[in-house]
Design a protein around this ligand. Structure first.
Ligand code: GTP
Ligand code: MG
Length: 482
């Protein structure tokens, strides 16, 4: 038996362990506790097993059989110091237990026929820290790039000093704005989001706000918003043709499809304004005249929650690390809203192979190299992105092609899958960033930073309520790409 103690942040280790499990082993047939049988069968019906056990860890007791990938047997034997792990041994029994000796420690028990090893990871034994943390173990398998870059955290120099309430106006800023698309009737929800954004982040940084609407904003809307912030605020009108259903859409056909969706209880299935909104966000907002001179944007929606202090400038991370898209939650799209979307995407790729970026994030959106769409997308109610990326030739051509098929109206293509597929095809995977330290909720899901990140951001969300590795989340697919 051998015990490894980790001194790194627990969260970092959890993520690394997760990568470790999903990346180097194929974890199969987890046995869920009896009381979770319903979830187990739902999960098996929908998703592959490889990430399932890890997705449930560490909140539940999970037993699973792991098949060690052949090429990893030797390095594993060395690293885990399991002398009996013979080259021929590929099956291990895993026990991921939520009941270690203390709450800050988690246990991973590996067993094969002859031996077992007990690994405890936790924050309590810093003396043995670095050399034995799971982050380091995973790093040793494939060099430092064997886990997603976000797990390294935001470099310390980006944090403004503890207790400082403002960032000097002379300090470097990005060319960036918040973007809020809203109706006058969204005012109360917008106020809630904006006040939190001010308190958690923008009071210090003073980035401007850009509001967009297809109708003029009311005087009440404008005054209630402007009194919330010292940052510049502008209110823009969306050009008619960028918003409303184009004339060339066959309205009879579109109406019939809407009625079908209503009958099938597809969310927003009967709504034309919702479709206008999805199409506008997919292909027009970044071309609005008020956004022309900006490079980066942060999208905010009504009624969202920001849980943590953001003491660094996410826009500078985007700029300095050449990121083009940032997210906090990812999940599966409703199939009923996008029946022909992927075929259309494939047609586009077939006709424009040169536009697809090498080193892209195809593995996030497809499990079979692009043949089918796995419905994973980044939840676009939160986005920090590069406006020039959307304005670039590949994405513009892509959007025009999708739009020409009419799927925004004949189906109900969302801006979330459209942006996500665009980002996955035309950016390098490293350019898509998971903002792990931004605690965020848009009902009904939330990302709550774990461990050190939770503490650092003084987050007020319950760390147990975190969507990251729940069964409907796609984050493990994102992790697996690296
Ligand atoms: N100007 C304008 N904005 C809209 C309209 N419909 C939606 N929006 C905005 O578009 C964004 C997305 O709309 P939501 O209603 O939040 O859609 P959702 O996030 O998919 O669904 P829920 O938030 O769960 O209702 C929000 O910022 C809305 O304020 C509209 O008809 N006009
Ligand atoms: Mg919303």
């Amino acid at each position: 038996m051998r015990t490894f103690w980790s001194g790194g942040g627990l969260e970092k280790d959890k993520n690394s362990l997760h990568t470790f499990l999903t990346r180097f082993w194929e974890v199969q047939a987890p046995e869920f506790p009896a009381e979770r049988e319903t979830e187990r069968s739902q999960a098996s019906a929908k998703f592959d097993d490889s990430w399932k056990a890890a997705a449930y860890w560490p909140r539940h007791d999970v037993r699973a059989t792991a098949i060690v990938r052949r090429e990893n047997i030797c390095p594993m034997r060395r690293l885990l110091k399991l002398p009996t792990l013979k080259a021929s041994t590929r099956t291990l029994h895993l026990h991921l237990s939520p009941r270690p000796p203390t709450t800050s420690q988690e246990v991973l028990l590996l067993q094969d026929d002859d031996a077992y090893a007990l690994y405890t990871i936790g924050a309590g034994h810093r003396r043995y820290g670095r050399a034995t943390s799971f982050s380091n173990l995973t790093g040793q398998f494939k060099g430092s790039s064997s886990y997603p870059p976000y797990m390294d955290g935001i470099p310390e120099e980006y944090y403004s000093g503890n207790g400082s309430h403002t960032v000097p106006p002379t300090q470097r800023r990005a060319n960036a704005t918040f973007v809020l698309l809203a109706r006058n009737s969204d005012l109360e929800g917008v106020i809630k989001s904006l006040k939190q954004n001010e308190d958690r982040f923008n009071k210090k940084y003073q980035y401007p706000y850009t509001f967009l609407n297809e109708e003029p904003f009311s005087q009440e809307f404008k005054s209630r918003i402007t009194e919330l912030t010292d940052a510049p605020v502008t209110f823009g009108l969306i050009p008619h043709d960028d918003w409303f259903q184009p004339d060339w859409i066959d309205e009879e056909k579109a109406r019939a499809e809407r009625e079908k969706m209503v009958k099938n209880q597809v969310i927003y299935g009967g709504s034309v304004p919702y479709r206008n909104m999805c199409r506008f966000n997919s292909g027009f907002f970044f071309r609005h005249e008020l956004l022309q001179n900006y490079k980066y944007y942060w999208r905010i929606e009504p009624d969202v929650t920001f849980f943590c202090d953001i003491d660094y400038d996410p826009f500078l991370i985007m700029e300095d690390q050449k990121k083009v898209y940032g997210f906090t939650v990812s999940l599966y799209e409703y199939e009923a809203t996008i029946p022909t979307l992927w075929d259309t995407v494939k047609e586009f790729i077939h006709d424009n192979p040169d536009l697809v970026e090498p080193g892209n994030a195809m593995n996030f959106i497809s499990d079979d190299g692009g043949n089918t769409y796995n419905r994973c997308h980044f939840w676009s109610n939160f986005e920090i992105g590069d406006l020039d990326f959307w304005r670039s030739e590949p994405y513009m051509k892509f959007f025009e092609f999708l739009d020409s098929k009419g799927g925004f109206y004949y189906e109900r293509w969302g801006d979330a899958p459209v942006h996500s597929i665009g980002a996955a095809l035309f950016a390098k995977k490293e350019q898509i960033h998971f903002f792990n330290d931004i605690g965020y909720r848009h009902n009904p899901f939330q990302h709550c930073p774990q461990g050190e990140a939770h503490k650092k951001g003084k987050c007020w969300c319950n760390p147990r309520d975190n969507f990251d590795y729940e069964w409907y989340s796609c984050l493990s697919r994102y992790d697996k790409m690296f």
